[in-house]
Ligand binder design. Structure first.
Ligand SMILES: Nc1ncnc2c1ncn2[C@@H]1O[C@H](COP(=O)(O)OP(=O)(O)OP(=O)(O)O)[C@@H](O)[C@H]1O
Length: 197
């Protein structure tokens, strides 16, 4: 469930992205409101991750403007969970910082199918489990705007189904999703954003 707040919104207005003196894209406009999603595709190096970092506010646009209404959460290959802690406690650390209720972590563990390994230290998780742990952190955080960088990487078929279900539930609750992926994610009616080399 999304934390309290007004209607979510994410907008790019004629945004340009420059990295290392290279113009990756320009004139990119996106408008996402409650329940909406966009899927960013394109060959390696065209700027999909950079676009998500712009949306997160971690990069500044070279031109144009980005507007956000609502809390933002970025999930990429770095889950930022303490490797020494049991998974449940590592998630609880972030959920407390995000001001979430105690049951948010249990719900996120259920959603990602990780409840049975809540006591396992983060450093012992498999690749796919670690990826799902990052998604659990995102889900437990309750942000309205999810930025997902290759969220299906390393996930088995059952986990991909769970991811699709979690994304649908997030949208049904008024959340926004901006995802970059090389594989289909089951994002119904997502706006398509194709980046070209
Ligand atoms: N910190 C940086 N400084 C300079 N250039 C960078 C930096 N980070 C990434 N780049 C360059 O920006 C370009 C786009 O990178 P980005 O990671 O956004 O691509 P991508 O579309 O997500 O690629 P992939 O499909 O391989 O994940 C690449 O050419 C990359 O080398």
């Amino acid at each position: 469930m999304i934390a309290a707040g007004g209607a979510a919104r994410l907008e790019f207005d004629r945004v340009a992205c420059l990295r290392g003196h290279r113009l990756l894209f320009e004139g990119l406009s996106i408008a996402l409101g409650p329940g909406e999603a966009a899927l960013v595709t394109g060959p390696n190096g065209t700027g999909k991750s950079s676009l998500l970092r712009l949306a997160a506010g971690l990069l500044a646009p070279a031109a144009g403007a980005i507007r956000r209404e609502g809390a933002i959460a970025l999930a990429d290959e770095r889950h930022a969970l303490d490797p020494r802690l049991p998974l449940g406690r590592a998630l609880a650390f972030w959920a407390a910082i995000d001001g979430r209720r105690g049951d948010a972590v249990a719900a996120a563990l259920d959603t990602t199918g990780l409840a049975a390994i809540a006591e396992v230290p983060v450093r012992m998780l498999s690749t796919g489990q670690a990826r799902r742990a990052g998604l659990a952190r995102l889900i437990a955080g309750g942000a309205a705007i999810w930025l997902l960088d290759e969220p299906g990487n390393g996930l088995d078929a059952a986990s991909l189904d769970r991811l699709a279900g979690a994304m649908a539930a997030h949208r049904a609750g008024g959340g926004i999703i901006l995802a970059a992926s090389h594989q289909p994610l089951g994002l119904a009616d997502a706006q398509a954003i194709g980046l070209a080399p």
